[in-house]
Design a protein around this ligand. Structure first.
Ligand code: NAD
Length: 338
């Protein structure tokens, strides 16, 4: 039985808990959070999408408020790091150094330099570090990549991605809205699509982004063109929608012999429209990207050989792409990606 810990028991901590509960051969035995009211607060928790369950039997889980103590005491095989982003490097490195495998939420870190330190720690300790780029595992996104890679419908001509919600309201002392701790909307939300663009097409040569600021000053909306030879790729994302709008994510892919569309607000949500024949919904894996990535991570630490879906260097490079996008907004210029 894999002994699992979770550090940071807010929206994503509860989501990881719910996922770990569905992994055969794993058990959440320890949770660490600095919030002394974590049990009570869990029952009234919110997030943007998903199953951040409040039905947790805390009696069977050892609670900690100090991460070092949990690492020293709980005999963990792996830990989910679902902390505010600025804490990812320090806590991932501590856990790896204590011999514990790490499933760390995205973005990997605030800067490329911090990502490099995390990569070095994973290499040095030989423990597994996986960054939670769940969109690579999200069933429709994973299927779209599989279809593109099969070559059955020809090459991609154009691709566009969207991810919209309202400003996050659930975070402990509003850390999301503090650029120094979250990296702001582009690094927190829009990176999902920057990373998926990288997953499909590799590193872009350059980016050109425009953006709009929220009343508080941070970037609230971004629209980016990723520069590749012969493919038109754009992604747009933001926290500028009203709370009653909820959350939406979508993509539109134009291939030589098919269009592939995914949009949470459409019926059907996922559709492949071939150049000849009727549109249809391709069959996808059961579950969501969070669960599928955690199952993948669990299998890897149990020694299974699996297809590589995400690497630490790619997670670092997604931080690099978003940094270039933010620079492009600021300078109103195309930014080359070295
Ligand atoms: N993959 C996704 O779809 C997705 C969605 C939302 C957030 N995230 C990412 O997940 C991470 C966490 O986001 P969240 O929405 O869960 O935030 P949150 O504010 O809901 O939860 C963070 C938790 O960490 C706790 N915490 C803060 N400092 C701590 C410390 N030093 N030790 C122990 N606990 C501490 C807080 O008390 C809080 O309970 C972020 O990196 C965010 O970018 C990913």
């Amino acid at each position: 039985m894999l002994r699992i810990g979770i550090v940071g028991f807010g929206f994503m901590g509860r989501t990881h808990y719910s996922c770990w509960n569905k992994v055969k051969g794993a058990k959440v035995v320890a949770i660490c959070d600095v919030n002394p009211n974590i049990v009570e607060d869990t029952t009234k928790a919110v997030g943007n999408i998903g199953d951040a369950t409040s039905n947790i039997d805390f009696a069977r889980i050892k609670l900690y408020s100090d991460f070092d103590k949990m690492l020293a005491d709980a005999k963990l095989d792996a830990v989910s790091i679902t902390l505010p982003t600025f804490l990812h490097p320090e806590c991932s490195i501590k856990a790896l150094s204590a011999g514990v495998n790490v499933m760390c939420e995205k973005p990997m870190a605030l800067t490329v330099a911090e990502c490099e330190k995390m990569i070095a720690a994973a290499k040095k300790t030989g423990k597994l570090l996986q960054i939670g780029h769940c969109v690579r595992f999200w069933p429709e996104y994973a299927k779209a990549k599989e279809i593109i890679d099969s070559g059955k419908y020809g090459k991609v001509i154009a691709a566009s991605f969207r991810r919209f919600g309202s400003s996050p309201t659930w975070s402990a002392d509003d850390w999301f809205l503090d650029e120094q701790r979250s990296g702001g909307m582009a690094l927190d939300l829009h990176i999902h699509d920057s990373d998926y663009v990288q997953h499909l097409f590799g590193m872009p040569k350059a980016v050109y982004s425009t953006g709009a600021k929220a009343p508080g000053g941070g970037l609230a909306h971004i629209s980016t063109q990723y520069i590749y030879d012969g493919i038109a790729v754009t992604a747009e994302g933001g926290w500028a929608m009203t709370p009653s709008f909820g959350f939406e994510m979508s993509f539109h892919l134009a291939l030589e012999r098919a269009s592939i569309i995914y949009d949470l607000t459409r019926v059907p949500m996922f559709k492949l429209c071939p150049v000849s024949g009727e549109p249809f919904t391709p069959k996808v894996a059961q579950g969501d990207g969070w669960l599928l990535q955690i199952k993948h991570f669990a299998k890897l630490i149990q020694g299974e050989e699996l297809e590589v879906i995400t690497t630490l260097e790619q997670s670092r490079d997604s931080v690099r792409i978003v940094a270039a996008e933010k620079e492009s907004v600021k300078k109103m210029k195309i930014v080359l990606i070295s």
